[in-house]
Design a protein around this ligand. Structure first.
Ligand code: K1U
Ligand code: ZN
Length: 173
């Protein structure tokens, strides 16, 4: 399994919409394994393919990684949120593409997600709590949406400016 570099703000790919996966193959499964290894290594509880530069609709999630629990990896191909609760829940989110920035985001408290698993089998899953938050965060990545897009404009712009400055400084060295 290979670790892949995670792209960071202000990389423009993070604002692009990813394309559906047309066929689930051995190569898809090998790539999902590399995504899981990269997520565990980061460490994180989720990762979208765009975050490692592949513009296809795939995400991996393991919320057990937050508490160092036994691994419970999930792979979702072409995930689609087909139901959202009216009730909202607030959670302090972070993003591996926006390191060291955490802020509260309010999202539907429960969702139903439809997706293909790593064998290409269609599945539906009801999620609440941190899993619901994480699935929504990852599906947003596939649509070019970042959690900072839910923050007030001035706050968001300050974060983006900081990362642009950081990237320029890294270019110089
Ligand atoms: O998509 C990503 O950038 C991954 C992100 C997922 C996420 C976190 C919090 C709320 C919603 C979605 C992360 O995993 S950030 C890192 C993180 O949460 C974490 C870091 C160390 C241990 C456990 C969790
Ligand atoms: Zn993220």
């Amino acid at each position: 399994m290979a670790l892949m570099p995670i792209i960071k703000l202000p990389d423009r790919r993070l604002k692009q919409v990813s394309a559906p996966v047309s066929e689930v193959t051995d190569e898809t499964r090998a790539f999902l394994d590399d995504m899981l290894a990269t997520m565990y290594d980061a460490p994180g509880i989720g990762l979208a393919a765009v975050q490692v530069g592949r513009m296809e609709r795939m995400v991996v999630i393991d919320i057990a990684n937050r508490d160092d629990g036994p691994p419970d990896p999930m792979c979702m191909i072409n995930p689609e949120i087909v139901w959202r609760s009216e009730e909202m829940a607030e959670y302090e989110e972070g993003c591996l593409s926006i390191p060291d920035v955490y802020d509260k985001v309010s999202r539907p408290a429960a969702i139903r997600v439809r997706y293909l698993d790593r064998d290409g089998k269609a599945r539906e899953l009801d999620c609440d709590g941190l899993l619901a938050t994480c699935v929504q965060h990852e599906v947003d990545h596939l649509d070019g949406v970042l959690f900072i897009d839910y923050l007030p404009r001035l706050k968001r712009e300050r974060i983006i400016k900081k990362f642009i400055k950081q990237a320029r400084q890294e270019e110089r060295v």
